[in-house]
Design a protein around this ligand. Structure first.
Ligand code: 4AD
Ligand code: MG
Length: 468
């Protein structure tokens, strides 16, 4: 193997080659062909291995063994190259690789779908297995990976315990009936008793589904470890085909004992500022691409957010502002009704002109676990709204008083006995506590400027689509 170009394991990543401080002899790179160009004497291949936005220019000269074949290799082919890293005379790149040996690891013919420079995002969704090899999706998924790391770093620095909450669960945390069922029953012929499905005969001995949120189990851990967070997939069978809803998405849910709603909002604000600063400092090249091609002014928007104080409005103030907006909204604005996304967008984009917390929502439109305020009409809830995307965070202080909690559950049609273990947390050692959930994809949409949630998750699941 010593002198073979066919040794991808010993390769140097293109990101490292391009950052080299000196010329290098006999180095190996491997990657996928983005473009080829043949001149009279030489041929050029742009090779990308996903380690950074930029591709490496490989220079082929006629004395290269196999020159004729290699210089005609198709876009999308996979190559291993051994050569010398030399200063590049071309503008916009410091180094190029003068090839000495090239191995075609996997050829590609003219039917390779990523031939054009620009494809529509709709088209690229139909080739979700290949779109990571495009400029836009390379940048999206590098940022997604970097930010996942930053999420853990933020909480680790602050002493939060990372907990893995279950994916299969018997509780519907949000109480909205959006659980995907998990069952081993034969769909045609489930066990029945008196004409009804007998879930006690199912695999877990009760009705189970995929979790919509790790919060309830997170609360159990917060009342032991004080500060915890989860970061995992969540599932919602809500049939809303919008650009902001996915059936499977990732959520980050911190939960803090001894915290009220104000502390919850402070954590959310610090968290977002941290993530945005992280991406500004660590994902410069990819962000520049989004700034130039996807959302003009993106970097400035992120820099502003990194230094901004977020505005806070109560729900009641928000409804007042909406009512006097002089706008024709499609949905009615009235105290007691939920805010629709057109209302949320107007509040953050036109009224506040930046991120805004809306707090103290009517109890009747929010989940059972949110703490009832003294007015008995509103709960200590918060949603964080941002321009273009709308709600990216939902959170609250939790109801820690057992009698109020069981009353609220009954009002919501939930038998407290069905969540006996959750009630136990109020029975023994109850304490004020609060938390929130950040939708990771919604946040990525905000950070990249991508307008559809399907384009910030590797293989999106939405109503009618679970391909790949
Ligand atoms: O507001 P939600 O429903 O809150 C909860 O699930 C709480 N249990 C969180 C907590 O307090 N621990 O969801 C939280 C966030 C939303 O603000 C939104 O960003 C995202 O999750 N989200 C979705 N993202 C993509 N597709 C969907 N269908 C989403 N539903 C919610
Ligand atoms: Mg919400």
């Amino acid at each position: 193997m010593e002198n073979s170009a066919d040794a991808p394991a010993e390769r140097i990543r293109i990101v490292n080659l391009l950052a080299s401080s000196e010329p290098l002899e006999g180095v190996r790179a491997a990657g996928w062909v983005r473009t080829t160009r043949r001149g009279k004497e030489v041929a050029f291949i742009n090779l990308n291995d996903g380690s950074c936005f930029a591709s490496l220019q490989v220079v082929l000269e006629p004395d290269l063994p196999g020159f004729e074949k290699i210089s005609r290799v198709g876009t999308g082919a996979c190559l291993a190259v051994k050569g010398d890293l030399i200063p590049s005379p071309a503008s916009g790149q410091n180094w190029e690789l003068k090839a000495r040996e090239v191995t075609i690891l996997g050829d590609a013919d003219a039917e390779y779908p990523l031939q054009k420079k620009r494809h529509s995002f709709e088209f690229l969704r139909t080739i979700a297995h290949l779109r990571p090899r495009s400029n836009t999706f390379g940048a999206v998924f590098r940022i997604r990976s970097a930010l996942s790391f930053a999420v853990h770093q933020f909480f680790r620095d602050r002493g939060f315990l990372y907990v893995h909450t279950p994916i299969i669960t018997a509780n519907d945390c949000e109480g909205a009936g959006e659980l995907f069922r998990v069952t081993t029953f034969d769909a045609e012929n489930p066990s029945r008793r008196e004409n009804r499905i007998d879930w006690s005969k199912d695999f877990f001995g009760e009705r189970t589904g995929l979790t919509v949120s790790g919060q309830l189990e997170g609360e159990a851990f917060a009342t032991a470890f004080s500060d915890i967070y989860t970061f995992g997939p969540t599932f919602r069978a809500e049939n809303s085909n919008t650009s902001r809803h996915a059936s499977e998405f990732w959520m980050i849910e911190p939960e803090m004992a001894f915290a009220d709603l104000a502390a919850d909002c402070r954590l959310a604000e610090d968290f977002l500022r941290y993530l945005v600063t992280f991406v500004l400092e660590n994902c410069t090249e990819d962000l520049k691409f989004f700034n130039d091609h996807i959302e003009k002014g993106l970097i400035e928007k992120l820099e502003t957010l990194a230094g901004a104080q977020f505005r806070t409005l109560t729900y009641t103030e928000a409804v007042k502002a909406l009512s006097s907006a002089g706008r024709d909204f499609e949905f009615v604005v009235e105290w007691g009704l939920d805010l629709q996304s057109e209302h949320e967008r107007w509040l953050t984009e036109s009224y506040v002109g930046g991120p805004a917390f809306i707090i103290d929502y009517p109890a009747a439109i929010k989940a059972f676990y949110m703490r009832l305020n003294r007015d008995e009409r509103t709960v200590s809830a918060m949603d964080l709204l941002v321009p273009r995307v709308g709600e990216i965070i939902g959170g609250s202080q939790r109801e820690e008083r057992p009698e109020v909690l069981s009353r609220r559950m009954r009002e919501a049609g939930i038998e407290p006995e069905s969540l006996w273990w959750y009630m136990d947390l109020r029975r023994w050692g109850s304490c004020p506590h609060a938390g929130f959930g950040l939708g990771f994809e919604r946040f990525l949409m905000y950070v990249t400027g991508m307008e559809n949630i399907r384009d910030v998750i590797p293989f999106p699941r939405t109503p009618g689509n679970a391909a790949f």
